[in-house]
Ligand binder design. Structure first.
Ligand SMILES: [Zn+2]
Length: 411
């Protein structure tokens, strides 16, 4: 194996991935106008249905445009030795491998952010606005950008530590790196709602009243201790609604979007909550955490087998081999494997959704959950007839039809 053939393998991976992705998208788009299944007839009225058809078509075309732009840019960058160019700039500033790596990734991150921002802007202020979803102001949009970039600094800090470990322990660095990433993941899982969410949103405890009482009654009936129920101001960005569970142990909390609280009846909200409690009771939260930690360990171990090989850096046209350039090449080569692990995780995720639905049905009721799922689908103009291949590749949840049919089954 020489660097030239490795280069061609990387190019082939990028192109094949793109083609497969676009074929699945196209297959999915061909089924946009399928007849709506009988169980879902009451999701949309005539007007909303037309709107949802237009929304799907618009998003599909926009996705095609952005992904084509992105692959052309990526291939161009690789073919015209963009990484070598950026690496040389970074090396002008310092000889310290950590500083060089941080400047290198800083330039690449900032560059790709600048290139992708017009698309994000168009998506938010043209597409989402046209379909009535967008509530974001331009100030919020740009503030989010700045906050997001500042958060990247934390990731940079972790990267710096990993490179430092690589410098002192060679190929054993992966064990230390795994330790740090694990500590960071667990920390984020525990304190996400306390530290990250407040940077972007305001969250307030759910006010006393009939909803809170209904939730407490339900929680008590299943022996679930939860005193942290928060309402988040999702409406400042979008009309789309959501609810999620985060943390574990004494840090566990349930977050409801204000849009969800406004759109759904109280029974429906409790049903959504029962579903979230189901995720916790069935240990999905811990499973996901452990699975992601183990996957990270495996990836870092495989990385450690290859990272010291100068071929990696040379494959993407960089003369001086280094950890950071090797990391980029490894990431490109590893893409098919991480795609496969992504499919596997999605598969588990869909299984867990059924289990959480079943839990909500058993401990609360099926019909308010069904009506809440229908309302949420309607409010986000969801596709009611996705193609199975698209679901298999991209959906972390079963389709609305699958969930409703499962909920309607009598055992
Ligand atoms: Zn769920």
């Amino acid at each position: 194996m020489n660097s030239q053939s490795l280069f061609y393998i990387i190019i082939a991976i990028i192109i094949i991935d793109f083609i497969v992705e676009k074929l699945i998208d196209r297959l999915n788009a061909k089924h946009f106008n399928d007849p709506i299944p009988a169980d879902l007839h009451d999701v949309y009225d005539e007007n909303d249905y037309k709107k949802s058809q237009a929304y799907k078509a618009t998003k599909y075309r926009f996705g095609l445009l952005t992904s084509t732009f992105s692959i052309v840019l990526t291939l161009g960058f690789l073919i015209f030795d963009g990484f070598e160019f950026v690496d040389n700039i970074a090396r002008n500033f310092s000889e310290n491998p950590i500083v060089v790596a941080l400047i290198f990734f800083g330039i690449i991150m900032l560059g790709s952010d600048i290139v992708s921002t017009p698309f994000a802007y168009y998506n938010t202020f043209v597409i989402e606005t046209r379909f009535g979803f967008n509530k974001t102001t331009k100030v919020i949009f740009w503030m989010d950008k700045v906050k997001g970039l500042l958060m990247m600094a934390v990731v940079g800090g972790i990267l710096a530590l990993i490179i430092w470990f690589y410098g002192i322990s060679g190929s054993h660095f992966w064990l230390y790196a795994w330790g740090i990433v694990t500590a960071f993941t667990v920390f984020l899982n525990l304190f996400y709602a306390r530290l990250i969410v407040p940077v972007f949103n305001k969250q307030t405890p759910l006010a006393a009243g009939s909803l809170r009482e209904k939730i407490s009654d339900y929680a008590q009936s299943v022996g679930f201790h939860i005193d942290k129920i928060f309402v988040i101001d999702g409406s400042k960005r979008s009309t789309k609604a959501n609810a999620y569970f985060s943390g574990f142990g004494s840090e566990k909390r349930i977050t409801l979007y204000d849009t969800l609280v406004n759109d759904l009846a109280e029974e429906e909200i409790v049903a959504v909550l029962a579903h979230e409690v189901g995720h916790y009771k069935k240990h999905h939260v811990i499973f996901n955490l452990v699975a992601s930690i183990l996957l990270t360990g495996l990836t870092l171990y495989i990385l450690s087998l290859f990272i010291s090989n100068p071929l990696l850096s040379q494959a993407i046209g960089v003369e001086i081999p280094s950890f950071h350039v090797g990391l980029v090449a490894f990431g490109l080569l590893y893409a098919p494997i991480s795609e496969i692990t992504g499919f596997v995780m999605n598969h588990f995720s869909r299984k867990f959704e059924y289990q959480a639905d079943a839990y909500a049905k058993k401990t609360y009721a099926a019909s308010p959950l069904i009506s809440s799922l229908k309302k949420l689908s309607k409010n986000s103009l969801s596709n009611l007839t996705p193609h199975p291949a698209y679901v298999w590749a991209h959906y972390s949840h079963p389709t609305l039809l699958q969930r409703i049919q499962q909920l309607k089954k009598t055992f």
